[in-house]
Design a protein around this ligand. Structure first.
Ligand code: ZN
Ligand code: ZN
Length: 465
């Protein structure tokens, strides 16, 4: 009898550990393929992809076959949204109909059914305890051995099962949503006012909107030493493609770090209508440190869209002590000074602080992470974009008029002029020889490019929008 019981115990331990999956599908170099979850287990962050789910739990597979088991009741709402998209995609691809996480009846470890099972096991263990005491006192040696070992096994199983079920995934406690007043639209508007009329603003009860043409009120491009050959072209950040700043910021349960998130799209919008992207480019490199940025902290993306990656601290010359940007979670970004003109107070890991027991704000600085270290406020993530190349919604999108170009090795941009309101001349230098890109456009959407390389050869290209 004793042997059988120990055999059972052994088998159940084997069953518990059989979820381990050594080797696995993902290796360290696959990190960028993996989703970064907002839900945490014992404060550990989870990086992995959805593997499978049952009614009350889901399995996530990370690198080297590491498996996380999340109880469905503990998953944050953003993660649920992501999971539902994943499950919908699987359903669509396979023509099946797995239930979405949001439609499931969630059983927590401490619901009545589960508690009842544990209690029953505990009662049996206690029963065998009394039996073994009785057998021991009356000198029934064999019966005593049996009762004692059964009791021990019951307690061991109880211990294992309750430990196992008792490490439910609890989102780490964050600040509560209460206490953040709704942002004043007249205050936000006054931050954008110095840059009108090249930008325009409007708002409703949910968002403050910023429209513009994608050009700042300062020169661009000069100072770039690592150039992708993209140049600033007008962008239609207008109509429904405007920038949106939420008027009611809400603290995130777990602020999402910009080191592992948001490498696509903007994280903030500067008060001159130019978007601010992650300090890391889409290859995970510090754009500023590797010379990709001009003297104003910006450059152009694959759609020839001008944007910053560093903090546009130069805007303080126009903006004074007003914010220089607003993050897409709704919190303001200030420059090197506090709103009252005193020196910047110390920053938290999100790159901001609660100012004078009032409202949270970020600061722009000259060192990494420059603007936002982690999103203090809740943001909605485009569920089709996996981290780290996930992007915040809503945001405005740039439209390319030509295929993206490749880096031009050794080129340093030395001059950029604007001879008319619809043309630019760019000069670059390679080994002290000049090259040029001169381009112009008209209101009908025709774009003309003239490229003069450092050997003096001229080529042209025309595009129509
Ligand atoms: Zn960029
Ligand atoms: Zn501050």
């Amino acid at each position: 009898m004793k042997k059988i019981s120990f055999g059972l115990l052994f088998l159940s331990i084997i069953a518990m550990s059989s979820f381990a999956h050594p080797g696995g599908h993902y290796k360290k170099q696959d990190l960028s393929l993996l989703h970064h979850w907002e839900t945490r287990i014992n404060n550990e962050s989870i990086v992995g992809n959805y593997l499978m789910s049952k009614n009350d739990f889901i399995l996530i597979e990370g690198i080297e076959g590491k498996i996380w088991r999340l109880s469905a009741g503990s998953i944050t709402s953003n993660d649920k949204k992501y999971l539902n998209t994943e499950i919908s995609n699987i359903n669509l691809k396979n023509g099946i109909n797995l239930p979405l996480i949001s439609d499931r009846v969630i059983r927590t470890p401490w619901d009545f059914h589960y508690f009842f099972q544990l209690a029953l096991l505990a009662l049996i263990a206690i029963g065998f305890y009394f039996l073994s005491v009785f057998a021991y006192k009356n000198n029934y040696r064999k019966q005593w051995q049996f009762a004692f070992s059964t009791m021990t096994i019951c307690f061991i199983i109880l211990f294992f099962v309750s430990c196992k079920k008792n490490t439910p995934v609890t989102p780490s406690p964050g600040p509560t949503d209460t206490g953040i007043p709704k942002s004043s639209t007249s205050f936000i508007d006054s931050a954008f006012t110095p840059y009108k009329p090249s930008i325009s603003t409007s708002w409703d009860s949910t968002y403050f909107y910023v429209s513009g043409g994608g050009f700042p009120n300062h020169n661009m491009m000069i100072g770039i030493t690592s150039w992708q050959q993209q140049v600033p072209l007008p962008q239609a950040y207008t109509g429904s493609n405007h920038w949106s700043i939420p008027l009611q910021p809400v603290y995130a349960t777990t602020p999402l770090s910009t080191r592992y998130n948001f490498m696509k799209g903007a994280v903030a919008i500067a008060v001159n209508g130019i978007p601010i992207f992650n300090a890391l480019n889409n290859r995970g490199e510090d754009s500023y440190a590797i010379g990709e940025l001009d003297n104003w902290g910006g450059h152009c993306g694959k759609a020839d869209d001008y944007h910053y990656h560093a903090a546009p601290l130069h805007l303080s010359a126009t903006s004074g002590l007003m914010p220089i940007a607003f993050a897409l979670d709704g919190f303001a970004v200030y420059g090197a000074k506090e709103p009252d003109g005193t020196n910047m107070q110390s920053l938290d890991t999100c790159h901001g602080h609660i100012y004078n027991s009032g409202v949270y704000h970020y600061h722009g600085t000259t060192t990494y992470p420059y603007v936002v270290g982690a999103m203090k406020g809740k943001v909605t993530i485009d569920p089709t974009t996996p981290a780290p190349e996930n992007q915040i919604l809503p945001q405005a999108f740039a439209t390319p008029i030509r295929p993206p170009l490749t880096p031009l090795r050794g080129a340093v941009i030395t001059n950029f002029t604007n001879p008319t309101s619809t043309s630019y001349n760019l000069t670059y230098q390679i080994n002290s020889r000049n090259g040029h890109v001169n381009y112009s456009w008209d209101n009908a959407g025709n774009y003309h490019f003239e490229f003069i390389d450092t050997a003096g050869t001229t080529t042209t290209a025309d595009y129509h929008h």
